[in-house]
Structures are given as C-alpha cells and as structure tokens.
Ligand binder design. Structure first.
Ligand code: ADP
Ligand code: MG
Length: 652
C-alpha cells in the first residue's frame, strides 16, 4: 500500500467563543492519495472550509496529526509551511481572492515571484496558462474588468503556476452561474486526469459527482467515504518528497528578492498615489528643513568667523569694567579707561600699536542734508590697525590729535548720505553744530562682525572727540596690535600688569584676545545652529510618525492582500520586506526631494537674506536620516503585516 499524500488522524479544531468552545472539527481521519480527485461534500457550516484551511497549511488543527507525504506538518517551520503553500498546493477560493490592483497576468505570476522565477519566464508561463484557460485576450485586465467565471479561471491559472500538484478548491463554483460552473468543473476534471491531486469542497451533490471519490461531511465529522480506488496508483510527486531540504534551499538571491520587493513597492505606491504624496510631504518638509536650517546656521557661523579673521588674529582688546571696580559715568558708560592708558600700552614689548576708540551717536549735517551716524574718536594708527585705508584724501595724523583739530574722515555710507553728488574731501560736516573739515573718505568695508554697517561712521581725533563731541574723556576700547602672534599671551599678561599698576592696583578692565572673541561668537552661533537643527529634527520625527501612521493604515487596508500572498506562498520575510521596502522607498524619495528642496530654499535665502553654507556631510546625514526614518517607523507596520495569520488575513 502506497504512502498517502495527505494523512489526517483525529484532527480537531476548536474556536473559543467567550467562555465556551465551539468544536468545528470533531476528529477527522482521512487518507488522500496522490492523483485522486476527491470531493468533500457537506452542508454549509459543517466545517469544510476549516478542514481545507488545515489541509492547505493556512491554519493549524487544535489537536491530531497531519502528515504530508509522511512528514508531520506540525513540526514544520513557517518557511517550510510557506514552501508547501507555494510549491505543493494551489488554492481556488469561492471568492477568487485575486489582488484587485494587479492584472490577470500579474495575479497568476505571484506564486512564481516567491518561488524566484525570473520575471520574463514567469510572465511567459502565466500567459501560457491563461491562454490555455481561454483568457489569452484578457491578460492585462484587472479582476474588476473580468466576469466571475473569468476571475475563477485566473485563480485556477494561479494555482497551477508553480505546478499545483494538489489543487484545493473551496466551493469554486459557489459564486458562478451554471454555464461558468460547468466550465470550471470540466477544467478541474481535466487537471485531475493530467495527474493533479484535486480536492474539491462543495455543498452541491451535483458538483461532487465530477469527482472519483466523495467524502460526506456532517457537523465536523466524516459520515461516509466512497474510498480510494486502489487500482489507481499514482506515485508521489518527487519534488514533494524531501520538502525539508527543498524548503531550506536558497533558490532566490537576496538581490533579486530586493529588486522584486522594490518594484512591488513602487507599484503599490503608484496605486495609492495620493497617500504616497501625503507621506512624502512629511518627509520632504522634515529633510528639507534640516538641510536649509543647517545651511543657514553654518552660513552664519562661517560668516562671523570670516569677518573676525579678516580683522586679524594679532589683536588684543581692552575694555573697561568687568568687575566690582568698574565705575559708570552719568550716561551709563564705563569710566575706567582713559587716554593716558594708551601710551602705557603702546610702549610695552611686542606691541605694534595701541588704538583707543570712543564711539558716540551723532547727527551729522552737511549742505542741508543730515544723517544719524556714529562718531568714532580714535587715533591716527587706526587705519594701520584695521588695515583699512582712505579711498580718497587722507586719514588724520597724530599732530591733528595733539592740536585738537576739528577734522574728520567719513565712511562710504555717510559720504553717500551727505554728499550724493560726490566730492566731500575739503568740505565741512557739522557734528553737534561744530564744523569738522573732511580730510578723507574711507574705502567700502561692508558689514561688521556684529552685523552693523561698517561704513556708516565718521572718524575724528580722540582728543577732539572728548572735548567737542562726547564731552567726556572716557575711552570705550583700546585695541592693541602685536608683532608676534605666537607670544600674544605673554603680551596680554604684561599688558594686564601694566594697566593694573597704572590704575592704582585695580583690575577694572577686561582684556580679550581675538581667539577668545571668535570662540565666543562661534559658540553663540553654534547654539543657533543646534536650535535650528533641533527644530528641523523634530519635523523629521513628525514626518517619520506620518510614515508609520500611513503604513499602519496601509497594512490594515491590505490585510486581505497579505492573506492572498501568504496563501500563494509568501514567506514571513517576503511580507516584512514588502512593507519595509515601501516605507523606505517613500522615505528615500522624500529624502531626495527634501534635500533638493532644502538646497533650493537655502539658495534663495542665500541670494536674498543671509549667507548660507552648503555642506555635503549635512546633506548625506539628512538623507540617511530620511532612509533611517523609513526603516525605523516602517518596521512596526511591516512586522504587523508579516505576523498576520494567513486564515485570519484571508477572511478579513
Ligand atoms: P463550511 O465551509 O462547511 O460552510 P466553515 O468551516 O466555514 O464551514 O465553518 C464551520 C463553523 O465554524 C461555522 O459555524 C463557523 O461559524 C465556525 N467558524 C469558522 N471560522 C471561525 C473562526 N475563526 N472563529 C469562530 N468560529 C469560526
Ligand atoms: Mg466554506
């Protein structure tokens, strides 16, 4: 006696219903041999579909043993069960279970996709099968464009795609008119004649007549069985004999599988384009803002650094105040630095020049025009210190300072305001109603590191300034230039000591070197960059949550599709991959658009508003974040889909 292909012993299936158990299968014993055409017949609700789901490894029995070609099925792993569904069984359902968005040919191809057949081959085979079943002119119709009978023939073609050794047909004619039913039954009979094992489930005695063997089923039990025709001995199909090794053999390369998953993801994203656009938008905004914000932050930082470093790194700045010795003048200014301090500093070793500055706001008038500007009372060394020379005329001299001369050198902005026709040199400008003769006009400087207009300024001698403009002798700042930058720290210390002595032991001033000034400016800008970056990161996070949300909806919506794919042999990892790849494809697409969009916005801002710096690492980072977002936030939904139980997914 040959080994049965399928051997069931005492198979039971219970469903819990609240506190009670509903026993649907009450101990089924049956042997089905290779090549048989068996009809399982019984009333509706008698448990036939439940039995078929167990036979087809879509469901597991509550108890009992089920052997497939001598192998106990309950010992098989998920991938081995998927292999059986893919390579051994072909399902034909009452409601066809075709994927609505795919055309006839694509539906038929699905089992071969999971079996790893190359695209051209499986298309050819799908079209051969469809042509053979009379659908040669309907290859590219979607299920909704086909009649019930045609859809059922598509599902039969799908069942045959990977060979369909065992065809499990659950009420295949249940939804068809008599003409189509007749055609489907003829087809199943033909397949049985060709050597396929056909298990047909029906409640209709007439339909059951087509089979060679009829098993009558009632209330979860077999009540009659016409039995196996012992004269008909078909050997077990060889490929099903050692399913363990076949199922574990790696027939599909990771690359092919990934490409397949990507093309599937692209198709499904295209089908749900509106949803895709919404998801994309979240990622695009997130990535775009990361790129734009960081470009702006970096740009601001670089700009400040550049302006400071253009001022020179050989400078020490002495400012009044800083501690409890600081005194304040009536107008709130610090009063600890005086003009007498300047020569003390100038005569120190390594000091090239010490330049005092005292700035006052004034209204300057000339020829009926006026402008509000700043007066910088300073020394004749200022141009040398700043490396900033007059463009026309000359700067004032030390003699001008010594004799309290009412002379001025004006910046380009002041020149434009007061002398629109040009030619200011030699003219007079009124500062606080005192006429100052203009000796020169400075060259154009642009913005200061603090973002002010450096050219909106008037230079006058320090002595004249304190006497005639500010009315006090206090110096706002003394800038010291050194010869040797390497020993600037020693010079700074010497300077501090000299000045403390000059100030009768009070350290009522601050000394800062350019390096520390740049460092604090950079720190302020770093804070800005981090702030902007975190706002952007939050929007990327929101985008990621959007991806997750939409993927979860998508999984819920496509539960039945997942069931169909599992029934046609998809492994857990295929489903996981499909949804994960969808999430990552959306995110990467969003990442690309986001990086480009962010660059565009930053470029516009750079052209009109403020400096920006593009950095490749930041773009790569933003892009990687997008892809990572897809992976992280797509994983939960993908896992949810992959963990679905095939029967439950199918019946959703
Ligand atoms: P048939 O295919 O013979 O009409 P089924 O196998 O579909 O019968 O169902 C048999 C019985 O099991 C029915 O009473 C049905 O309500 C019940 N049943 C089927 N699936 C479930 C389930 N997932 N949970 C609870 N009861 C179920
Ligand atoms: Mg049923």
């Amino acid at each position: 006696m040959a080994t049965p292909l399928l051997r069931l012993r005492n198979i039971r299936k219970q469903y819990s219903q609240g506190d009670a158990f509903l026993e649907v299968l009450k101990g089924v014993d049956v042997d089905i041999y290779a090549g048989e055409f068996v009809a399982i017949m019984g009333a509706s609700g008698s448990g036939k579909s439940t039995l078929m789901n167990i036979l087809g490894c879509l469901d597991r029995p509550s108890s009992g043993t089920y052997e497939f070609a001598g192998q106990e099925v309950s010992h098989l792993k998920d991938d081995e069960l998927a292999w059986l569904r893919r390579e051994a069984f072909g399902f034909v359902f009452q409601s066809y279970h075709l994927i609505a968005a795919s055309n006839a040919s694509e539906n038929v191809e699905i089992p071969a996709v999971y079996a790893g057949l190359p695209a051209a081959k499986r298309r050819e085979r799908a079209q051969q099968l469809l042509t053979r079943l009379g659908l040669g002119d309907r290859l590219y119709h979607t299920p909704s464009e086909l009649s019930g009978g045609q859809q059922q023939r598509v599902s039969i073609a799908r069942a045959l795609m990977n060979g369909g050794s065992i065809i499990l047909a659950d009420e295949p004619t249940g939804a068809l008119d008599s003409q189509s039913s007749q055609e489907v039954m003829v087809l199943l009979s033909e397949l049985a004649d060709e050597g396929h094992t056909v298990i047909l489930i029906t409640h209709d005695a007439q339909v059951a007549q087509h089979a060679e063997r009829v098993i009558e089923f009632k209330d979860g039990m077999i009540i009659n069985d016409t039995g196996h025709n012992k004269n008909k001995q078909t050997p077990l199909p060889p490929k099903l004999l050692n399913l363990k090794s076949a199922a574990s053999s790696k027939s599909v390369s990771v690359l092919v599988e990934s490409l397949e998953a990507i093309s599937m993801a692209l198709r499904s994203l295209k089908e749900n384009w509106f949803r895709t656009v919404l998801t994309l938008l979240g990622i695009v905004i997130g990535v775009g803002s990361v790129v734009a914000m960081l470009a702006i932050g970096q740009g601001a930082k670089d700009d400040v650094l550049e302006r400071f470093s253009s001022m020179g790194t050989n400078l020490l700045v002495v400012q009044p105040g800083a501690d409890r010795f600081a005194r304040r003048s009536a107008d709130g200014g610090m009063t600890s630095l005086l003009p007498e301090d300047v020569p003390v500093l100038a005569q120190l070793a390594n000091v090239k020049a010490a330049v005092p500055e005292s700035t006052t706001g004034v209204t300057a008038r000339a020829g009926g025009l006026d402008t509000t500007t700043r007066v910088n009372a300073t020394s004749a060394d200022y141009p040398m210190l700043r490396d900033w020379l007059p463009q026309e005329g000359v700067f004032f001299s030390h003699e001008d300072n010594d004799r309290y001369a009412a002379v001025a050198v004006i910046g380009q902005s002041v020149a434009r305001e007061l002398f629109p026709q040009g030619g200011p040199v030699g003219e007079f400008v009124l500062l606080n109603n005192i006429p100052f003769q203009i000796l020169g006009v400075m060259s154009e400087q642009g913005a200061t590191p603090w973002g002010q207009d450096a050219d909106d300024i008037i230079f006058i001698p320090l002595s004249t300034g304190s006497l005639r403009v500010s009315g006090n002798r206090y110096v706002d700042r003394i800038t010291v230039a050194v010869f040797d930058t390497a020993s600037i720290e020693q010079t700074e210390e010497a300077l501090r000591q000299a000045l403390v002595q000059q100030h009768n032991g009070n350290e009522d001033f601050r000394v800062r070197n350019m390096a520390s000034i740049v460092a604090s400016a950079t720190a302020a800008n770093n804070t800005l960059t981090i702030l902007l970056g975190s706002i952007a990161a939050i929007s990327l996070l929101v985008g990621g949550i959007g991806v997750m949300n939409i993927m979860l909806v998508s999984v819920t919506e496509r539960t039945r599709e997942v069931g169909i794919r599992m029934a046609t042999g998809a492994r857990t990892r295929n489903i996981l991959q499909q949804f994960l790849v969808e999430a990552v494809v959306v995110s990467i697409l969003g990442g690309i658009i986001g990086v480009l969009g962010g660059l565009g916005v930053a470029a516009l801002i750079g052209a009109w508003l403020m400096p920006v710096t593009f950095s490749i690492p930041i773009m790569v980072l933003a892009f990687a974040c997008a892809a990572g977002t897809g992976l992280v936030f797509g994983f939960t939904p993908a896992l949810k889909a992959a963990r679905l139980d095939p029967v439950i997914a199918l019946s959703s």
